[in-house]
Write a protein that binds this ligand. Sequence first.
Ligand SMILES: [Zn+2]
Length: 64
Amino acid sequence: MAKASSMTDAQWEQQNTPLHPDEARAKGLCWQCGDKGALYSAFGGQRIKVECKGTGEPAKVKKP
Ligand SMILES: [Zn+2]
C-alpha cells in the first residue's frame, strides 16, 4: 500500500472492496468491506479508515 500522504482521495477510497454488496454476499464475504476488515472514506483530503464491524448497516454509495 502506498503512503497515505501520497495518495489521492480517490486512491484512498479504492482500497474499499470492488465487490458489489450482492457479489460479496454471494461469496460469503462481508458485504460492506469484502472481508477487508476496514472501510475507507475521504473528504477533502482528510482520509478516514474505519474498522468494519459488519453491522449490516446500509452502505453509503456515492454515485459519480
Ligand atoms: Zn466488513
